[in-house]
Design a protein around this ligand. Structure first.
Ligand SMILES: Nc1ncnc2c1ncn2[C@@H]1O[C@H](COP(=O)(O)OP(=O)(O)OP(=O)(O)O)[C@@H](O)[C@H]1O
Ligand SMILES: [Mg+2]
Length: 599
């Protein structure tokens, strides 16, 4: 039964935990509780983890069987079960048998140490457990929307440095610092930051959850960024002004202990506008730019190329543990242990292995052949020109996989240069850009994902790495790029009835990039557009459109300044009731001046 609810989910290790889990199961069943436990419930054929996730979604309580082996080694599934339960806000009830575990062990995460444990060998504890299960707890969700990075290869030195910075104590007092992961594009900063979000010690310290914000090159304004952070905490913003929002942000953090990751920060001003000092929450920034780190007095953690062993692990994982180290080392050396290129090559290998008759050794032959054709040999990663050439070569090799039987796929891929950085591209938008049916857009996006040139998330869309986007942008003249933006705009002929959220949100961006500031100006001064624009998106992003217009390109600057002023001043109303826009515009501003400026 798909929607059956469970009174409890039992989480345990397959080794030492299994007999105790069985004991709990029997105890609870006798009392008539419905329990989910994988060995009894797992049906063949369905994907293992999805079933676990779905089961946790259907319960309020996770019973955690404590055995020493649960805290040894990687234990990814177990950790993910606990985190999924905590994200959902489940109550966690740890159980153990007498003498099976040392509860003072420093291996136990701190959040777990705070919980009462039930000793199954003690009749009072057993009765208490059953009693507690009869009450339905309030779900206490912690924010945490980060996914663990796929095919992750641990980087111990960097992880240790980040963990130390995040869990530092001075004179017995915990302090939260701002830490910056600093390194060139594609060196693995974002990937490491994601892995840190799953680190037990970090999660133990930052018990109010993990907030993740992709800041980017300036595609979003400070008020938009602060609004997004507050929303993750479930706090409704009361203002649209950067200073006031910062006050709200600071206040929200005052009573919380969160880990806040600001990913891909380019501007010092963004870092300064988002980082709160002297709070129990810690900030982790990823950036390519040292000045961004100094602007907020962050402690630096350098992220460089991978070690040879790590680089080889990235490739070996793609070849199901293929062990010819000499060959893997040679391949890793050709791309200078640069993670983003190793990732791309690993995908080429995975792709080759899917072919009938393929073997790991043949897959390496093919990839080497492609790279040889394109003359990539070991290069000096400090030389940016050589780095660009290495990106070009490796990407062109991947593009060849796209072209097999479908030459137009390469053109389609190159057209992705039109999108703002770090913004997932929904499949419907790709349909518009390419003027194809939905099935075709999906197939192409799947193909890009297959060869590692982008990541496809069916609910969010296609996600393009910035290193790839930069490469694509360099392949177009600026006039050609403007034309591409115009082509996308042409797919949205009726600006009052834009087809999806992305179009409302990014119409202004594409107008300005297409050199059509006038179209955005006309829209902003059109009541019939402003109303749905606000309803479909939010005030902060509408204000961002007002700021987007280039001053020299817009004669009606006064009207725009006035509009901005009204929107900012009425933020307290519009944030709660966006449908009040008309009344606010008419009431607050001097209607005569708007009328004169718009005609
Ligand atoms: N630890 C890792 N294990 C396996 N693959 C990795 C690892 N780190 C990075 N990669 C590969 O490198 C790619 C780029 O990494 P990532 O996005 O973390 O780089 P970045 O430093 O954040 O780049 P940018 O400066 O452009 O934001 C990943 O998509 C992945 O393929
Ligand atoms: Mg990054």
């Amino acid at each position: 039964m798909a929607f059956e609810k469970f009174d409890a989910f039992i989480s345990y290790t397959r080794q030492d935990g299994a007999p105790i889990a069985q004991r709990v199961l029997e105890l609870l069943k006798e009392e008539g509780f419905k329990v989910w436990q994988d060995c009894t419930q797992m049906r063949g054929g369905q994907e293992f983890w999805r079933q676990i996730e779905a089961a946790i979604e259907r319960t309020h309580t996770l019973i955690m069987v404590l055995t020493p082996d649960a805290f040894e080694g990687e234990r990814r599934v177990l950790r993910d079960e606990w985190l999924t339960a905590r994200r959902r806000g489940c109550r966690v009830l740890p159980v153990h048998e007498a003498e099976t575990i040392d509860f003072d062990s420093s291996k136990l995460p701190a959040w777990l140490r705070k919980l009462d444990c039930y000793n199954l060998d003690d009749p009072n504890d057993r009765a208490k457990l059953l009693n507690d299960l009869r009450t339905t707890p309030e779900l206490r969700k912690i924010p945490h929307t980060v996914e663990f990075p796929a095919y992750f290869v641990p980087r111990d030195k960097e992880m240790r440095a980040i963990r130390d910075a995040l869990t530092i104590t001075e004179g017995g007092v915990r302090i939260a610092l701002t830490t910056a992961l600093l390194g060139a594009g594609g060196f693995g900063k974002t990937t490491l930051a994601k892995a840190v979000c799953f680190d037990d010690d970090a999660l133990a310290r930052y018990t109010d959850g993990v907030l993740w914000l992709t800041v980017g090159e300036g595609t979003r304004t400070v008020p938009e960024l602060l609004t997004a952070l507050l929303e993750q905490l479930g706090v409704a913003p009361k203002s649209a002004d950067a200073d006031a929002l910062f006050g709200e942000w600071k206040e929200a953090l005052r009573t919380r202990q969160c880990l806040v990751v600001l990913d891909d920060v380019w501007k010092e001003s963004d870092a300064r506008a988002l980082v709160v000092h002297e709070t129990a929450s810690a900030f982790l920034i990823t950036t390519r730019i040292p000045r961004v780190a100094t602007a907020v007095e962050a402690r630096d953690c350098r992220v460089d190329e991978m070690t040879l062993t790590q680089a080889v692990s990235v490739l070996a994982a793609a070849l199901r543990g293929f062990a010819d180290r000499t060959r893997l080392e040679a391949l890793a050396n050709r791309v200078g242990h640069w993670p983003v290129l190793l990732g791309l090559i690993a995908n080429q290998l995975r792709h080759s292995l899917k072919r009938p008759g393929a073997t790991p050794s043949r897959a390496i032959d093919q990839v080497e052949e492609d790279l040889r054709d394109l003359s990539l040999t070991a290069f000096d990663r400090r030389d940016s020109q050589r780095r660009d050439a290495a990106v070009a070569t490796t990407m062109e090799a991947s593009l060849r996989y796209l072209s097999a039987g479908r030459p137009e796929a390469i053109t389609r891929y190159r057209e992705l240069a039109v999108f703002p950085n770090n913004v997932p591209i929904p499949l419907a938008v790709l349909e518009s850009l390419w003027n194809v049916q939905s099935a075709e857009a999906r197939r192409l996006a799947e193909k890009f994902d297959d060869v590692g040139l982008a990541n496809l998330d069916y609910s969010r869309g296609l996600i393009l790495h910035d290193v790839f986007r930069e490469y694509l942008r360099k392949g177009w003249e600026s006039a050609q790029l403007s034309e591409l933006h115009s082509r996308l705009l042409a797919a949205w002929p009726n600006i009052h009835k834009l087809p999806y959220h992305y179009a409302w949100r990014w119409f202004g961006y594409h107008c300005v990039e297409a050199g059509r500031d006038d179209d955005l100006l006309a829209a902003l001064l059109d009541f019939g557009w402003l109303t749905p624009r606000l309803a479909e998106t939010d005030l902060a992003s509408l204000l961002a459109d007002c700021r987007r217009l280039r001053e020299d390109a817009v004669p009606q600057q006064r009207a725009i300044a006035l509009l901005r002023d009204v929107l900012e001043k009425s933020a307290h109303v519009l944030l709660v009731e966006p449908e009040q826009l008309a009344a606010q515009l008419l009431g607050v501003c001097d209607s005569a001046s708007v009328a004169s400026s718009t005609h």
